[in-house]
Design a protein around this ligand. Structure first.
Ligand SMILES: [Mg+2]
Length: 270
């Protein structure tokens, strides 16, 4: 029986790519007007996130230090003068980033569709609580999702460590089998939770191609969707009790979801 849905935040409920695209270009423009490579800055910034976030996840550096490393590399790759105070420069970058914060349109829709059905609706994100909760407040979802779980409240364990998911289930007072995790990163939000007994729903907004195999037992606990509006349909298939308690609503597209039988995509951002 499904009792809780945990949503990833970045690129699941919150449109991180859009905010990064705006911030990388507009911050670069502010320090180097007319820079010829400004159109390349969004992809570069996302690439540097993937390069530097793992060191923080592994406990090798602080959250602030991985930000400094990102900005230092960004300036180096763009041929920009290195700011004398990287923390101050990063704070400037955040002003641009926060100016473009927005939810995906289907985020509120799916929460509306699931609310009132007796399910706990929460968040499980690898980010830091102060920033992630600020995002949720800005996009109007903070009061509708509880709890908001981060590694800070899970013993410092990040997705995709098994301990992260197990502690999240324990925080909810549930068995892993009673929890569904939904997110854009196949490894962090679907394969990882499926390995501990949760059901993982991979939100594949951009039609990525799964590249490598997952063992059959794990893949049997993974579904893939292209939009959050497909989630109620997945839940009705997984749990007949949910189907009885929560009849189809306007956002559901039952039958559209697909199982991931041989899955694991190119690593995407946490
Ligand atoms: Mg994500």
């Amino acid at each position: 029986m499904i009792r809780a849905i945990l949503f990833d935040l970045d690129e699941t409920l919150f449109d991180h790519r859009r905010a990064v695209a705006y911030a990388a270009a507009s911050w670069t423009e502010s320090v180097s007007p007319g820079h010829p490579l400004v159109m390349e800055t969004p992809a570069l910034w996302l690439d540097l996130e993937n390069r530097h976030l793992p060191a923080w996840h592994a406990g090798e550096c602080s959250f602030a230090e991985q930000r400094r490393r990102r900005l230092r590399d960004f300036c180096g790759r763009m041929g920009l003068r290195l700011p004398p105070d990287l923390d101050a420069a990063y704070a400037d970058f955040l002003v641009h980033y926060e100016a473009a914060w927005a939810a995906f349109p289907d985020a509120a829709e799916v929460i509306d569709a699931l609310a009132g059905g007796g399910l706990t609706l929460g968040v499980l994100t690898n980010g830091v609580p102060v920033q992630q909760e600020a995002k949720l407040r800005r996009i109007g979802l903070m009061d509708r999702l509880d709890p908001v779980l981060t590694p800070d409240s899970l013993g410092g364990n990040f997705k995709p460590s098994a301990e992260c998911y197990l502690r999240a289930a324990a925080k909810l007072g549930l068995r892993p089998q009673e929890v569904v995790l939904v997110g854009d990163n196949l490894q962090l939000d679907a394969v990882g939770p499926a390995k501990v007994g949760m059901h993982g729903v991979w939100l594949d907004r951009y039609g990525s191609s799964p590249a490598s195999a997952v063992d059959p037992e794990t893949s049997s606990r993974i579904s893939a969707i292209r939009s959050l509006n497909e989630l109620p349909g997945v839940l009705r298939v997984l749990d007949p009790g949910f189907a009885a308690a929560a009849p189809p609503r306007r956002t559901a597209r039952a039958g559209q979801a697909r199982r991931v039988s041989a899955a694991a995509a190119t690593r995407r951002r946490a």
